[in-house]
Design a protein. Structure first.
Lengths: 226, 226
DNA sequence: CAGTACATCACCCATGCGGGCCATCGTAGG
DNA sequence: CCTACGATGGCCCGCATGGGTGATGTACTG
């Protein structure tokens, strides 16, 4: 089963180079080419390729919009190719847009030919592949932004809390009053107050509002997990 | 300038194989080996390698904890190697922990030898590299997770607030007291109370703690934007 | 067995906070 | 011109909240 590929790029030389490179592979067929996004979408719909090599910067319609249209087809169109984005420049901001659109990869045009070929095979197989510099940024963003389970500052202090105190803190962070917490945990309200007092003291917080802030910032609770 | 590498894996054959493979490269030196996380951290601190090849599953201390310790060194230790995680099994849940810990890459042990070698060079250069299946998952998570900055329910109600009220709500969500808010906005504390009263009423909230919850849940404030 | 950590509850006290009610002032809109 | 609305501010009141202190029982650990 050969991999059907189309190449969408406004530069004739780039198209020719990639086409020659890929066509030389026994398992890859170049079944179409296009010079801009509009044409790329049209060719994609008509030739239903497995993989679309898509340049980011193009006249008429850029690669991002074209990728979006190919990856979110209108009702009636069932074919969804894999999209491998290409760019001449290093990591511009389009990367994230492309990934959100559903692109399977992002390569720089100066990558070794062998990388391009293997990238086509990888995305055709349903996996994904990014240029190393892109991967690095993605991981960095992921690590900083994904602050849910583990975080440096607050979660360390969280370890100073007893299980019961942590439990109470979580209920505070849900917006419950002392009475409601007492009811929920089957406790006297005074006991709840004692626990809260300890929590505030241990975490150096002034009031329950700050406790809520801390709970969110530390990842004890997360927006949406209500 | 050669790349200094240490290999941390509990299986002797794996260590031997990788060591032979890497040592054959002119630009790579294998300067140490370790059989578990504890030893890995120790060897890492002593030999200050550029790259640490770290197995995920190991006795004593697993690769994740070891990676965390190497990547978040205690005060006084300035050396921070790049960590390239290795696993035999396909994408387990440890991937995300490893990335959060700051790992520069994640490869499967059945990857082609050429990939391993190039991966070492990539991470040594400061870039990152993931196994295609890992990349795929990361992109998928990134795409789905990225589109929730603002959510339906709460943010709609937010429109009912006046600019001033919204401003006050945000300060509540930072943990400020009425007095502090008054000072920050150059207002009488009583005015702050009036604004807060309206906010609570409009949003059907009981107290400022619930207001903080609402601010986070609606996306008005976000964990980490301090 | 002694010591420690945790959970539980009580009493007292000061006050920050939220509710109710109302007044003034500016500006935008009919 | 006059109305509506937002922003600003004041007063009073009641209560939930937070601080301080102490006591009891249990469970684990040295």
């Amino acid at each position: 089963m050969t991999i059907r590929v189309i190449i969408v790029d406004d530069q004739a030389m780039v198209r020719a180079g990639f086409a020659a490179l890929l066509a030389a592979q026994a398992d890859i067929d170049v079944v179409g080419e296009a010079v801009n996004g509009v044409e790329g979408v049209e060719v994609g719909r008509r030739t239903h390729p497995d993989v679309v090599l898509m340049d980011v910067r193009m006249p008429e319609m850029d690669g991002l919009e074209a990728a979006r249209q190919l990856l979110n087809p209108p009702p009636g169109v069932t074919h969804r190719p894999k999209v491998l984005m290409l760019t001449t420049f290093d990591v511009d901001d389009y990367v994230y847009e492309a990934l959100r659109a559903g692109a399977s990869g992002f390569l720089l045009k100066d990558a070794p030919p062998a990388d391009l070929i293997s990238a086509v095979r990888v995305v055709a197989a349903g996996d994904a592949l990014l240029a190393p510099s892109v991967t690095r940024r993605l991981i960095a963003d992921f690590a900083t932004q994904q602050r849910k389970p583990r975080r440096g500052d607050p979660s360390l202090q969280l370890n100073g809390l007893t299980p019961r105190e942590t439990e109470v803190l979580e209920l505070i962070a849900r917006g419950l009053s002392n009475g409601e917490i007492a009811e929920k945990l089957v406790l006297a309200e005074q006991t709840v107050k004692t626990h809260i007092g300890r929590v505030l003291h241990k975490l150096d917080l002034r009031d329950r509002a700050q406790a809520v802030v801390f709970a969110y910032e530390s990842g004890l609770v997360t927006p949406g997990d209500g």
